[in-house]
Structure formats: C-alpha cells, structure tokens
Write a protein of this length. Structure first.
Length: 192
C-alpha cells in the first residue's frame, strides 16, 4: 500500500540569547516574523544589551514596534516566575535572573512610554483634533450650524446695514454637511 506523501514541516528552532547576539538584522527578521517566541528572545537580548545595533534598529523599527511591548510583557512574566522559582530552590542563577528581570522591566517601561507618545501623537494628528485656534470663528461656525435661519436673518440685516447686495445665490452656507456633534469638519469651507 502506498504511503501518503506528506511534506514534513520545516523544523522550527527557537532562538537562544547567544544566537541572537550573533545574528544580523537580515537573518533575524524572518525568524522574528516566524515566531513570537523568537521575538521574546530578541526583546530579552535587547533589554540585557546583547543585541547588535542593526538588530536593535530592526526590533524598534515600525515593523515590530507594536509587538515589542507585548514581547517584553511576556518576557517579564516568564523571568518573574523563573526568578521566584530559582530563589525558592536556592538556585545560584537567581541573582543573574533577577538582574535580567530588572533590565527587562526598565526596557518595558521605556517601550510603554514610547508607545504612549506615539499613540498620543497619532491621536492629536487625527482629523478630529485639528482645530482652528480662532475661537470667534469657531463660535460663528457652531452658531451658523445650530441656528441656520437666525444666521441668514442676521446676515441679511448686516448686508442691509452696509448697503450691500447679498450674493446672487443667497447667503453664504457651508459647502459640506455638518457632523452630528455640531462641530464642522476642518475640510468644510464656505464659498468665496
């Protein structure tokens, strides 16, 4: 009876800290994409200072930046448990592991700060936060949106008081719809 032909999956080898210290960014990138465990190992190597500069740039670059905090959290939990176990059993490696844990916590705090800054910057650059600084113009826009009939009446009175002809297509109106919050989007503009 013929045997079914199965291709054996490629052997997945987890990286060790010593391996990461000798790998360049080009070699490391596919390994980090392949396994989260490898990313955790690289994050530990980075936190403890054993990562080459090119690999550090890769790890802190835009491709892995979001996953770095997760990897450091994972590493913190694993090293925390390992250090407690080593301390409990009197393992001589406990002191070195506690030092690694402190380095990982420091790197995690820094990564959290960078992540929060990036999110804050993206949030403030979003469309909803691009606000005009002229409070009088903003108030007029809100009032024009909230009370369009009263706005047209006041505008007609101002034209009459200045003895000017209103534009042929009527009073000025916003050229886009107003969001439900009553605040006009920055992209809206009035015709000249």
């Amino acid at each position: 009876m013929p045997q079914p032909s199965h291709t054996a999956p490629p052997e997945r080898r987890s990286l060790r800290l010593n391996d990461v210290a000798h790998l360049g960014a080009a070699t490391l990138q596919p390994l980090l994409q392949d396994s989260f465990r490898n990313l955790v190992t690289a994050a530990i190597a980075d936190a403890t200072g054993h990562l080459p500069r090119s690999s550090r740039k890769l790890l802190h670059g835009p491709h892995f930046r979001d996953d770095l905090v997760d990897a450091l959290r994972w590493a913190e939990g694993e090293i925390q448990v390992a250090s407690e176990r080593m301390t409990w059993t009197g393992d001589p490696r406990a002191e070195r592991t506690l030092r690694q844990l402190q380095q990982i916590r420091t790197a995690l705090a820094q990564a959290r700060v960078e992540e929060a800054d990036r999110r804050r910057t993206e949030h403030h650059a979003s469309t909803g936060h691009q606000v005009d600084t002229d409070s009088a113009a903003t108030a007029r826009l809100w009032l024009r949106s909230a009370f369009p009939d009263r706005f047209e009446q006041l505008l007609a009175q101002e034209y009459a008081a200045a003895q000017l002809e209103p534009p042929p297509n009527g009073p000025l109106r916003p050229t886009c719809s107003t969001p439900s919050s009553g605040v006009r989007a920055r992209a809206c503009s009035s015709p000249p």
